[in-house]
Ligand binder design. Structure first.
Ligand code: PEP
Ligand code: MG
Length: 570
């Protein structure tokens, strides 16, 4: 038995066999061959096997993910049976007497380069299809195993170097019981998604992919960050009882689903949910979310091969607004970059992507993309209570520029005869220290703030949120962070505006008493954290927490703050 320690990223216990999501080794040598006919035979066999495999994946995807997601595999099948690709490969094997691997790779690479250079989105996508299909055929030629999480058909725990947000979105909740990765931190997006999908997860173990083999029996402890490999029956028994206890605890919290969140001394706060897609609304309702405090729209742009159209976006925003039935929905405009990438949007490689060309910076440059989103939002605004929020605002000029574009699109729509709500509140994420420090000035121009602590902490501490080696600097209770949070809340209140928080800190058990004391108006968190937070706040007195907050702001270290919170909430 072996044991790994990582970062607890999503509560719960998962017990199942490991499924390694690790890319195989695709390296090979170019060789001269004796008998081209045999080599062509090998190539054809690899093509045939790939074809039947893709047909099975397509059929499965149709059932599990819907016809639109299955279409990508249809496109791959078309590439596989295209003589324009196959004939040159067979010709190369025959005339140049080279092995199938190199004939395949060289021919495919030539087409990929050719298509990528075309000034046509459709052809660029074909390049991506060819790359994918080539990999599959190459895997069969080399006899290595391609990983495919959508084909998992028994209970499993995913083991990976890292999971991208779109990998995570594709995990089938029915079979995937948990995951563990080598890299990542508590606020990396795979961790955030694991929490919203209620999948126990441990990230940042450094060596999970080295230590765990396919089929090993493992336990992922999402409370403590431990991963046990082939544990003893006694340990498994212990974990099964923790699992059961947690289920009972959740059943207790569930009784609060229709209640308001009112502290023991009568102060009301709003508990909202963070969502990534309209599908997440189910979880918001089941967990008693009173609003959507953060709709991360970038997920609408991921896991596909081209930009969503204005109408596709309109449909998604309308569905969320209608689904929330007049309750507040804060939609964040596109926040791409950092650990969130789009396969069809080529951005320059950057040394520091989290400090780079992302979010509002990108939207102010790529205005077509931004304007399309704003139009879709404005058109959807009449279907509910929409609030729009810009991410990663660092200066007032950025806010003003983004607001001006929004105004222009609004006027255009109105002059086209479209209806647009005149009650849309406009706010910003406060996730860059410059903005927190200048919150008094911003508060004069925005309708609300939402503090994005995932980024605010990474930028204040200068510690990459994806890097487990510096994860100790993710310190939401540090007096430095708490002072910034206080500045933002006070600045908003001085102008009669409200402040929410949509970073992971808002749902954190130790932070909640402090945030209540600091006067936070809205707490937005993974839907699955809401009921627990409600139960906690009902037992706290705001007046006591105000006193606590005043004290901790004068403390020196995170540890002192944690101790003070423990003492005040016992
Ligand atoms: C944040 O930075 O706190 C936030 C909520 O945004 P994201 O996690 O999507 O960067
Ligand atoms: Mg952020």
């Amino acid at each position: 038995m072996t044991f790994l320690k990582g970062i607890a990223a999503s509560n719960g216990i998962a017990i199942a066999k490991a499924y390694r999501l690790v890319e195989p080794d695709f390296s090979f040598e170019k060789k001269t061959i004796e008998d081209p006919a045999v080599e062509v035979g090998r190539f054809r066999k690899a093509m045939e096997t790939s074809k039947s495999e893709l047909e099975a994946i397509r059929d499965r995807a149709k059932v599990d993910l819907g016809a639109d997601k299955a279409a990508i595999f249809e496109a791959h099948l078309l590439v596989l049976s295209d003589p324009e690709l196959n004939s040159p490969i067979e010709d190369k094997i025959t005339t140049e007497k080279v092995n199938a691997e190199s004939a395949l790779k060289e021919t495919a690479d030539m087409f990929v380069v050719m298509f990528e250079q075309m000034d046509n989105e459709y052809m660029k996508e074909r390049a991506a299809d060819i790359r994918d299909v080539t990999k599959r055929v190459l895997a069969h030629l080399l006899g290595v195993h391609m990983v495919n999480p959508s084909m998992i058909a028994e209970e499993a725990i995913i083991v990976a170097e890292d999971l991208t947000p779109s990998d995570t979105a594709q995990l089938n909740r029915q079979y995937v019981k948990g995951f563990t990765t080598n890299i990542g931190g508590r606020t990396s997006h795979s961790a955030i998604m694991a929490r919203s999908m209620e999948i126990p997860a441990v990230v940042g173990t450094k060596s999970a992919t080295e230590e765990i083999n396919n089929g090993d029996f493992i336990v992922v402890d999402g409370f403590s960050g431990e991963v046990h490999i082939n544990p003893t029956p006694e340990l498994v028994e212990k974990y099964r009882s923790i699992q059961k206890e947690y289920e009972n605890q959740k059943a207790e919290w569930a009784k609060l689903v229709n209640e308001k969140t009112i502290s023991a001394d009568g102060h009301y706060v709003e508990l909202a949910a963070n969502i990534g897609t309209p599908k997440d609304l189910k979880g918001v309702k089941e967990n008693g979310g009173e609003a959507v405090g953060l709709y991360r729209t970038e997920f609408l742009y991921m896991d596909r091969d081209q930009f969503p159209t204005e109408n596709e976006q309109f449909d998604a925003y309308k569905a969320v607004l209608e689904g929330m039935d007049g309750k507040s929905v804060v939609v964040r405009t596109l926040d791409i970059g950092g650990d969130k990438k789009l396969p069809y949007l080529t951005l320059p490689e950057e040394l520091n992507p989290f400090l780079g060309f992302r979010a509002i910076r990108l939207c102010l440059e790529e205005q077509d993309m931004f304007r399309t989103q704003l139009r879709a939002l404005l058109r959807a605004s009449t279907y509910g209570n929409l609030k729009i929020m810009f991410p990663m605002i660092a200066t007032l000029d950025e806010f003003r520029a983004a607001k001006a574009i929004l105004e222009e699109e609004k006027q255009k729509l109105i002059s086209e005869g479209q209806k647009v709500s005149d009650k849309i509140e406009l706010g910003i994420m406060v996730e860059i220290p410059s903005t927190a420090i200048l919150a008094d000035q911003f508060a004069k121009e925005v309708d609300f703030f939402s503090i994005g602590t995932n980024d605010l902490i990474q930028y204040t501490m200068a510690a990459d949120r994806m890097n487990q080696s510096v994860s100790y600097l993710y310190q939401p209770y540090s007096p430095s962070i708490l002072r910034l949070v206080k500045m933002v809340i006070d600045a908003a209140h001085a102008e009669g505006k409200w402040t929410g928080m949509c970073g992971e800190m808002a749902g954190d058990e130790t932070a909640i008493p402090l945030l209540l004391g600091l006067g936070l108006d809205e707490f937005s968190m993974s839907a699955t954290s809401i009921l627990k937070a409600r139960a906690q706040i009902k037992n706290l007195k705001k007046a006591d927490m105000e006193k606590l907050a005043t004290e901790v702001l004068q403390m020196q270290t995170t540890e002192q703050v944690i101790e003070a919170v423990k003492a005040a909430t016992k």
